[in-house]
Design a protein around this ligand. Structure first.
Ligand code: PLP
Length: 374
């Protein structure tokens, strides 16, 4: 029974709610950066890097200007470039592929499974050839991919493993935080992420000193010593204001992630409508629910139905990477990655953020359960 006495309006995301809570602390941190004029790189970035490495249980973290740069620099740090191929899931945000393409290498798209919606390890080996150098697994929607399976393929063929952890700060695989499994892991701190900066930011974590040193040079014009450029470099430093906001927000992340898990549990237990399917969760996956994606047969109908009832879901993502116009030259066609294509046509992301109240969550559950019976 839908509680019609509550006048609900439930957006997909509510950044204002989160930022009002922490405004004073963030502004104090901004003031400190301002007083120190530490706007680009510097001590505030270093402080956040140390804290983030500790959070991920890795030896090192390197702050950069966004998650796409994190991927690009990680690929370059591995020495991957023109003529090389990198295997990535077709079901991901396009930036996973950009990171590969910017280096001159070619992304090779592999389908997701029909239930976890993550990279299907059983379809990887058929795509491996002498040009293949790495696999990027994506902890999509905040849920770890099958790292053991993908790692064993990397070991078998001598390939590098990268984690795209843009959506998964705090997620765990078999109880171990993501970020330290591959050669490097790439994070986005885009404002809407579980840990998002007040601005654009990203980062790379690693347990390997050689990558740490390499990344620090690459992000800073290829310099270790100022005005001495050892290699082709980039201006991809993290800003001080972004780092300061992240240093404040990371202390809230465990409780925000906990609240997301609680909401996900309510959705999982409460939504019993057989017209709605949810992501399968293997026992090793401890998701931080960046997104709560569901599928349904008639997505447009469900979307209109929810919108009419003041619930505004997202869509992640309406076109799988292999069918994006930007990659038409690679020659993929409909039918190449059927599970990813199905998902693109049938997915919706229910509202998911720590500030959702129990009443709001109950309202979403009731409305979704009533779908098809109205
Ligand atoms: C899976 C994935 N990879 C990479 C990125 C790129 O991060 P950014 O937007 O910070 O460049 C994102 C962010 O949206 C993402 O979701």
């Amino acid at each position: 029974m839908i509680n019609s006495t509550v006048n609900m309006h439930i957006p997909f995301l509510d950044l204002k709610g989160q930022h009002q809570q922490i405004k004073n602390k963030v502004f104090e941190a901004f003031e400190e950066v301002y007083e120190n004029t530490a706007f680009s790189g510097g001590s505030f970035v270093e402080k956040f890097e140390d804290r983030f490495a500790e959070f991920c249980d890795t030896k090192y973290a390197v702050g950069v200007n966004n998650g796409t740069s994190a991927l690009q620099l990680a690929i370059i740090a591995l020495g991957i470039g023109a003529g090389d191929e990198v295997i990535i899931p077709a079901n991901t945000f396009i930036a996973t592929a950009w990171g590969v393409s910017y280096s001159g290498a070619t992304p090779v798209f592999v389908d997701c499974t029909s239930d976890t919606w993550q990279l299907d390890a059983s379809k990887i080996e058929e795509k491996i050839n002498s040009k293949t150098k790495a696999i990027i697994g994506v902890h999509l929607y905040g849920q770890p991919f099958d790292i053991s399976e993908v790692q064993s393929i990397c070991d078998k063929y001598g390939l590098f493993l990268l984690e795209d952890a843009a959506q998964a700060q705090g997620a765990k695989f078999n109880g171990v935080p993501v970020g330290g499994f591959g050669e490097m892991a790439c994070f986005s701190f885009y404002p809407g992420k579980n840990l998002g900066a007040c601005g654009e930011a990203g980062g790379v974590t690693t347990n390997h000193e050689k990558y740490y040193e390499k990344l620090k040079g690459l992000r800073n014009h290829g310099c270790k010593k100022r005005y001495y450029h050892d290699e082709l470099g980039y201006n991809m430093r993290m800003g001080g204001l972004e780092a300061a906001s992240l240093a404040v927000k990371i202390e809230y992340l465990p409780s925000w992630n906990q609240r997301r898990k609680e909401i996900a549990r309510k959705y999982r237990e409460g939504i019993v409508n057989p017209m709605i399917k949810m992501q399968a969760q293997p026992g090793w996956a401890d998701s931080v629910y960046h997104l709560f994606v569901v599928t349904t047969q008639n997505r447009k109908e469900l979307l209109n139905y929810l919108n009419d009832r003041n619930i505004f879901p997202g869509m992640h993502y309406p076109v799988p990477c292999h069918l994006q116009k930007a990659y038409s030259a690679l020659g993929y066609k409909v039918g190449d990655c059927p599970n990813s294509e199905f998902l693109a046509d049938h997915c919706l992301s229910l509202p998911m953020y720590a500030e959702l109240t129990d009443d709001m969550v109950e309202y979403v559950i009731d409305v979704v359960n009533a779908y098809g019976n109205q």
